[in-house]
Design a protein around this ligand. Structure first.
Ligand code: OGA
Ligand code: NI
Length: 352
């Protein structure tokens, strides 16, 4: 390999007019952007349900639980408002994220690693060591729980990065746990069922940076995939790019300020014995704007043993998955490269 070749996409393609050949997808695996479904946000229609969390612990409790259950069962995705996280916390997170990716190359590269099991790392694509075609993305990945174990590893530049990102992480952890209690209840389980199933809990955050792309039809920011964790709470800036699989089509999920997008990950599909589905989604890129998205991946600790909840099983409803540790699952996810075929099939009790 040419030792002067930049490690990160941002530095490799800055100002270029063509997508380098190792980013070009084979013809049968391209975004086909003309075929994507769009909904207008100004009407009442949105591509995924919008759930107002106002009154979750008060008068609207059972309506909201039902709404969440319905969204998890039918979409695997929903958007939330009145989620309790201050706008200033969201603004600060997006600001330090953007400032980080604007730093000079040598400053960003202090965090670089191509080892997917490092707890703080800047990388590119998905797992450059395990993939044939690269994706149009750089990303900073941070472990965030327990916060005090990791925060000193995080980038020290921009100067307020650690403080602002830590505040954001504390807030999102609270939100994620409220959502997990609601999801447990919507399944007819005890409110703390999922919470207790996750061992010591884990929380990872990615800051995805998608540079503008001269030929967005040829490549992905992230190809179609399901998230391996429990639930994902996604913050995105004001540039569109997320698309969700629904009824055999790709549907765009456009930005709506100060809302979060929540999706069910593979571990809820297992815990719920497939009542709730971990749905495929992808990120596409565009030719004129950079885009930042910040997913929080709420997860079990690696030693937590995950399997279908006993209460949801009976003679007519046998377990669809064997039990496994999250560590085993997570290692499989990263080592095989990002694929549309989900890792879940490797843990099935029978061949589908
Ligand atoms: C992810 C992801 C979507 C986006 O990072 O797992 O699905 O919009 N991101 O960046
Ligand atoms: Ni994802």
């Amino acid at each position: 390999m040419d030792s002067t070749k930049p490690l990160l996409l941002t530095d490799l393609v800055s100002g270029s007019k063509h997508v380098p050949s190792n980013y070009i997808r084979p013809e049968h695996d391209r975004p086909n952007l003309d075929e994507v479904e769009h909904y207008s946000l100004d009407g009442n229609s949105s591509s995924i349900p919008l759930i107002d969390l106002q009154g979750l612990h008060g008068p609207n409790h059972s309506d909201i639980i039902n709404h969440i259950g319905h969204a998890c069962q039918n979409y695997g995705f929903f958007r939330i408002k009145n989620h309790g996280i201050q706008e200033a916390v969201i603004d600060s997170m997006l600001r330090v994220a953007k400032e980080f990716f604007q730093l000079p190359e040598f400053e960003r590269l202090r965090s670089y690693s191509d080892d997917p099991f490092k707890t703080t790392r800047l990388s590119t694509s998905f797992n450059p060591k395990a993939e044939a075609v690269s994706s149009w993305r750089d990303y900073l990945r941070l472990h965030c729980h327990p916060l005090e174990d990791y925060v000193d590893e995080w980038p020290a530049n921009p100067a307020s990065f650690r403080e602002e990102a830590a505040e954001y992480c504390r807030n999102v952890r609270g939100l994620a746990r409220r959502l997990l209690a609601a999801i447990s209840e919507s399944l007819g389980l005890e409110r703390d069922y999922v919470d207790r199933a996750l061992g010591q809990h884990g929380q990872h955050m990615a800051i995805n940076y998608y540079p503008p792309c001269p030929q967005p039809e040829l490549t992905y920011g992230l190809p179609g995939h399901a998230d391996p964790n429990v639930i994902t709470v996604l913050l995105q800036d004001d540039v569109a790019g997320l698309q969700v699989r629904r009824n055999g089509k790709w549907v765009a999920v456009d930005p709506m300020p100060y809302t979060f997008i929540v999706n069910i990950g593979d571990q809820i599909q297992v815990l719920s014995n497939e009542r709730y589905k971990s749905v495929l989604h992808r990120a596409v890129v565009n030719s004129d704007k950079e885009r930042i998205s910040i997913p929080t991946f709420y997860c079990p600790s690696y030693d937590a043993i995950i399997g279908p909840a006993q209460k949801l099983l009976d003679e007519d409803e046998p377990a669809h998955y064997r039990s496994f540790t999250y560590g085993e699952y997570y290692e499989k996810f990263w080592n095989r490269g990002l694929q549309t075929q989900t890792c879940l099939d490797m843990f099935k009790t029978h061949i589908p």
